[in-house]
Design a protein around this ligand. Sequence first.
Ligand code: PGA
Length: 249
Amino acid sequence: MRKKIIAGNWKMNETPSEALKLVETLKPLVNNPDVDVVYCVPAIDIVPVVNAVKGTNVHVGAENLYFEDKGAYTGEISADMLLDAGVEYVIMGHSERRGYFHETDDDINKKLLKALEKGLKPIVCCGESLEQREEGITEDWIRMQIKIAFKGVSADQAKGVVIAYEPIWAIGTGKTATSEQAEEVCKAIRETIGEIYDEATADAIRIQYGGSMNAGNCKELLAMPDIDGGLIGGASLKPDFGTIVNYNK
Ligand code: PGA
């Protein structure tokens, strides 16, 4: 059985002092031993949040990393910096980074290889636009994103990766994919991993759904056989996040 993973993606929200308040508010609400709970926070919040969650079940993630080890890359953050600050997980390939910051599938592949080499746990995002869905190319598109992201990744490494399926049209829009739509693509992602590697890898890898997941719709989404968790934006900044973490209670 795959353990569910519920991750908050705080995006560009919460100053360091606001972050500490949010951690305090959520503390009594996010205790569920059946679930891995992760807060993916802005770089400047990492150190205070790592300290604030000490002794709790919460793991800390970053929202991005750079694929070079060190050097003249103004504004970027390396895997070693994240690890030294106490980060365990790292998001890569979010559609906002692909869209606003021109990240390519190739960049995401380099980031995935670097995170795995260094021992960070990657959360690799993929997802189609509304136009692509309407053109009927969703699954082809996602398969391509996954195949490029996983180039050079071994089966053993792939087993520890988390994939987040996030339809772009559902992010921050309040328009959630139906649980059937989400399941259909998550299943296709698992089949793709099975084609690249083998059945054992496909069975082990965890696949999240993301895109307007909230306290009201989480139960139905998380009941689907190929949905192993959620990547949650808006609702991760509110007590609702606790309801999502405790979806099985
Ligand atoms: P949302 O964001 O929950 O606000 O739709 C999800 C995400 O972008 O990870």
